[in-house]
Structure formats: structure tokens, C-alpha cells
Design a protein around this ligand. Sequence first.
Ligand SMILES: Nc1ncnc2c1ncn2[C@@H]1O[C@H](COP(=O)(O)OP(=O)(O)OP(=O)(O)O)[C@@H](O)[C@H]1O
Length: 311
Amino acid sequence: MTAALTLEGVTKRYGDFEAVRDLSFAVSKGSICGFLGPNGAGKTSTLRMILGLQPATSGRIDILGASDGRLVRDRIGFLPEERGLYKKMTPVEAIAFFGALKGLPIAEGKKRAKVMLEQQGLGASQKKKMKELSKGMAQKVQLIASVVHRPEFVILDEPFSGLDPMNQQGLEEMIRGLAADGATVLFSTHVMQHAERLCDKVVLLARGRKAFEGSVDEARSTSPRFLDLEGDITAEAAAALPGVANVETLADGRLKVALLPGAAGQETLKAAFLGGLDVRRFALKEPTLHDAFIGLTGDHPDQPAIREIAQ
Ligand SMILES: Nc1ncnc2c1ncn2[C@@H]1O[C@H](COP(=O)(O)OP(=O)(O)OP(=O)(O)O)[C@@H](O)[C@H]1O
């Protein structure tokens, strides 16, 4: 597959702090790639370098055949992490304005804006001012504004943040639609479930370094299956069972028993029953992307990176 984006050995330093180190990955044309990492991992810094909004300290970036995102800016759509459209404009005006910045004639921008707002269930809000819209609505409008010129490459920085579940689902559909129409999508998030549902590929970033690049299934398979055990069992007793890698006691007292690679769980359960352990309920579970993330990075995706905690 042809790559729409390639990074090779990209590093970003702010003073003597290295926010991104030796980062390499590629995104195939027409695919959806999730750029995952906790707050402070270096996602925004990387996206800004890809867009040409700030220079890399070292390394090489190729986007749509150009070495600087600014050279192909009209072919790129970008939703920044900081949101905000002119409050006094209507959604149609705001969308057409952003389209015009990318070379789209105003009249065409307005025409497309009306159709896209309708598709996103915002038809009734067309004549309101931006300041009268809810946060979720405004965010949808901003996303439409960033893609109204039909870019080949769409970069979305934390597009799901601040949206309720309904709007998150709507946004997922919108992202799928962009890819179905042939666009390449790269979005950053620290919410694994969105990436799990949407992405052809994920790149995991932890403290500025790439921890994983591959499909969601490949990421999941780096993590063991686990047994969810309920009963009067100590973590020590569970840890002594065959095929067990480690045991975590959950807040409600259940045990999350991670199995060794290749262990199916049946042997572990059999030994628990034969050993007379008080197992009242059990479930064998496949690892999620969230589990894989923790295993691969040692970070929790919802927690800031170590440096930020230490500050
Ligand atoms: N202009 C800057 N000057 C100095 N340090 C910076 C600058 N921009 C970012 N950083 C630092 O670089 C690190 C990576 O930040 P970045 O915003 O790229 O992370 P992120 O993964 O996008 O996090 P978030 O999800 O919170 O946006 C952080 O420790 C941040 O404090």
C-alpha cells in the first residue's frame, strides 16, 4: 500500500526536554490510523510537526509527497485540540470561511456546509450563531469546517474529547465516512475504545517514544488473555495456579488473573477447582486495546505521562 504519511527518526526537543524521540511510522493511503498515548506523550507535538506548524529537531517527514505539511496545506484538513470558531458566525458561515482559507469558493462552501450539517443532524441549527450551540454541536461544526474542502488527509487532535456518547458515536461514523470516501485519517486519542472500533492501524506513544505500531488485533495479541475470578480466593492462591502470569485484585474484590502467553485458561480453572478454591464465578476474557496499552507502555492511557505527574 502507498504511504500517505511517513515519519523517519523524528525527534522534537523543547530546550533540553525531548518531547518526541526517534519516531518512525507510516500511514497507508485511505486508512484510519489512531495515534494513541496518555496526556503529555508527545501526540500534539508530532501532529504539529506533520502539519509543518513547528519544525522537527531532527528526522524526516513526508506527507502526500511533500517534505513540509505547509506545501500541501490545501490537501490537508486539521481539527486542533483547542477548539473555537467565531462565535457570531452561523455554522454555515463558519464552515464556508474555513473552506475559503483552503481555496474553496464561499458559495460552494456554503452549499456543502448545508448538506453536511443536515447529514450530521444539525440542519435545525443552521441559522443559529455558533455561541448558541452546545459543545457537542460546535465540535461537529468544527470538524465539518476542517473537512469541507474535501482533503485527502485528515488530522484530528483528540476529536472525541468533551463529547457525550451519542456525539462520540456520530463522530465515529463521520470518520468512517471520510475514509470510505478515500481520505486518509490520523487521529490522536487517549480513549482506546474509539481506536479499537475505528482503526486499521494504531501507533502507541509513551513518553515520546513509539511503543507499538500495527493493527488493533496485533496490539491486543501482545497482551495475555485473562480470567476474571469471583469468590473467596486470595491473590496468592490464584498466583500459584498453573498458567498464571500475574494477579490483580480489583476494587470490588474480584481477581483479574493474567494468563501466560499461550495459556488457554482451562488448565488454570481445572487446578482451581481440583485444589478446592472457592470459585463462585469465572469468565475467560480476551485482552482489550487498553490492556495492550498498559502492557506495552507501562502507562495508563487515562493518566498523564510520568513527567507531568512529577511536575
Ligand atoms: N512549546 C512547548 N514548550 C515546552 N514543552 C512543551 C511544548 N509543547 C509541549 N511540550 C511538552 O512536551 C510534552 C509532550 O506534549 P504534547 O502536547 O505533544 O503531548 P500530547 O501527547 O499531545 O498530550 P495531550 O494529550 O495532553 O495534548 C509535554 O511534556 C509538554 O509539556
